[in-house]
Design a protein around this ligand. Structure first.
Ligand code: URA
Length: 275
């Protein structure tokens, strides 16, 4: 018989999960300090007495540090050869050039969900713990809020949802510009296959990376920007908005996110002018 849940253990697990520690690597805890794998921090040495810096040992399962431009070039070639979303998902899953794949994410890439010919493409930052576990973007609490907001704006069934990176950054940290750069050719190819009319860029890390701007989300949100493909041949109107995870922490900001969605639907539903 399964023993009843232990409330102390449950609350401790909830505490760790809240802090981003939500993956169990082994059945039993390992005291790595006692095992000598981690050296406890020493008191800071003075500059003069400091020993010469030692190169950090690479993490065990990680391949050699990828050459970023080679990884971007490889991603670009793979993306260009993919002639459907399914083919693209397959090459992303087999791609080893993004370091995130080796930093604790489940090896399954989290690519996209939604309508393959949606007029609106939502681009978030990167998968979190729930997305990593379930293999789909925006399926945790933030994703549920996003779906509710899109539904309230009449956008259910008119959206394709993806992220700037396809593997979960450890501890749900923000993806780095390098991680985003190696995934960018795949994001761009997904855009060219879906052919949306508009991009909704969710959160600062998405807006900065997609628009190549170094401004905060609060100054970019709610205003129209132009997204351009790397070779400059494609462009689309892009609207940055607040991340639903932020809205969960700051509910009064939902007002601004709602205003952004109204700005978006007004343009999305505007009849196309004849050429
Ligand atoms: N946050 C994101 O930016 N993307 C997800 O898929 C989930 C949470």
């Amino acid at each position: 018989m399964t023993p009843p849940p232990d409330p102390t253990a449950e609350s401790l697990l909830a505490f760790w999960a809240e802090g981003g520690v939500d993956t169990m690597l082994l059945e039993e805890p390992v005291d790595r300090i006692a095992a000598g794998r981690i050296t406890p921090p020493k008191p800071p040495a003075t500059r003069a007495a400091a020993a010469p810096a030692q190169a950090a040992a690479p993490a065990p399962s990680r391949p050699t540090q990828p050459d970023v431009s080679a990884a971007v070039a490889e991603a670009r070639a793979l993306a260009a050869a993919a002639d459907s979303l399914d083919a693209l998902a397959e090459v992303i899953a087999g791609f080893d050039g993004c370091p995130l794949k080796f930093e604790g994410a489940a090896t399954k890439a989290v690519v996209w969900r939604g309508e393959p010919d949606a007029p609106l493409m939502v681009i978030g930052e990167g998968p979190g713990g729930d997305e990593d576990r379930l293999g789909q973007p925006f399926v945790g609490r933030a994703g549920q809020l996003l779906d509710k907001m899109l539904g309230a704006a009449g956008l259910t069934g008119r959206v394709m949802i993806t992220n700037t990176v396809f593997w979960r950054p450890p501890g749900n940290r923000t993806p780095t510009p390098t991680e985003q750069a190696v995934c960018a050719p795949f994001v761009e190819r997904a855009i060219s296959l879906v052919k949306p009319k508009i991009l909704l860029l969710v959160g600062g890390a998405s807006a900065k990376s997609m628009l190549k701007k170094d401004q905060g989300i609060l100054s970019m949100r709610g205003r129209w920007h132009e997204w351009r493909s790397a070779d400059g041949t494609a462009e689309l109107p892009a609207l940055p908005t607040l991340h639903p995870a932020f809205l969960l922490r700051q509910p009064p900001a939902k007002k601004q996110a709602w205003a952004d969605l109204l700005t978006l639907t007004e343009r999305l539903d505007r009849p196309d002018r004849p050429a």
